[in-house]
Design a binder for this molecule. Structure first.
Ligand SMILES: CC(C)(COP(=O)(O)OP(=O)(O)OC[C@H]1O[C@@H](n2cnc3c(N)ncnc32)[C@H](O)[C@@H]1OP(=O)(O)O)[C@@H](O)C(=O)NCCC(=O)NCCS
Length: 178
């Protein structure tokens, strides 16, 4: 069943899955295939609904951004797949440079489709990105999050990041890996 079908008449199916167990347990985390990058546009848009100040909004900008994320570190781009449908993704660049800490794994993006948020999928994605960063011998993971994106800020604290600086619009967060 596709996301579209689910939104049209599949709430019943989602609820059945919920009552039988966690949707997060059915999710597979795997590397993105370059040919599916364009499919991520709708997942990205849905995740950022209401947070457009911190996101690209035009289709061509988002597609360009997906390609930029992929090119920067193809091995660090993972998707969350549920019943054959991509419902979230994470991108980390493991050869990034930060003037404060030196080499770092920069988490550029982590998103979960609105319908599937708060089911443990984001946590699985970030865990996989961090595993990859550790495989690549990174000692730090880092990211920027929108200052007004309070849900994501709280969420990053929950998954072990610390806020280390705040600008007008963005907050810098770090996590020590080694
Ligand atoms: C941030 C984001 C990726 C989190 O993904 P998610 O799949 O909803 O998060 P999870 O279900 O894995 O959350 C894990 C924990 O955070 C908690 N959590 C998630 N969303 C929360 C919310 N809105 N309020 C309070 N707690 C929240 C969960 O309850 C869970 O806690 P637990 O492990 O103690 O039970 C998702 O909210 C998202 O796509 N946001 C929009 C895009 C964005 O802002 N990305 C970050 C860019 S810097």
């Amino acid at each position: 069943m596709s996301l579209k079908d689910m939104s049209e008449d599949g709430d019943r199916e989602c609820m059945q899955t919920d009552s039988e167990g966690s949707i997060g347990d059915l999710v597979i985390i795997r590397r993105v295939k370059p040919e599916e990058l364009n499919k991520l546009v709708s997942v990205y848009r849905s995740a950022y609904e209401g947070l457009e100040d911190y996101a690209y909004t035009s289709g061509s900008d988002i597609r360009g951004y997906m390609r930029w994320l992929y090119r920067g570190d193809p091995g660090g781009f993972f998707v969350a797949e549920l019943n054959g449908e991509v419902v979230g993704f994470v991108s980390v660049h493991t050869d990034w440079w930060d003037k404060r800490i030196g080499r770092t794994a920069e988490i550029h993006e982590v998103v979960v489709h609105k319908r599937y948020q708060r089911k443990g999928i984001g946590k699985k994605l970030i865990k996989r990105a961090i595993e990859y960063a550790v495989e690549k011998k990174c000692e730090w993971a880092s990211l920027w999050v929108g200052a007004g994106n309070t849900v994501a800020r709280e969420w990053y604290l929950k998954v072990g990041f610390e806020e280390v600086g705040e600008g007008y619009y963005w907050v810098r967060m770090l996590k020590r890996l080694a």
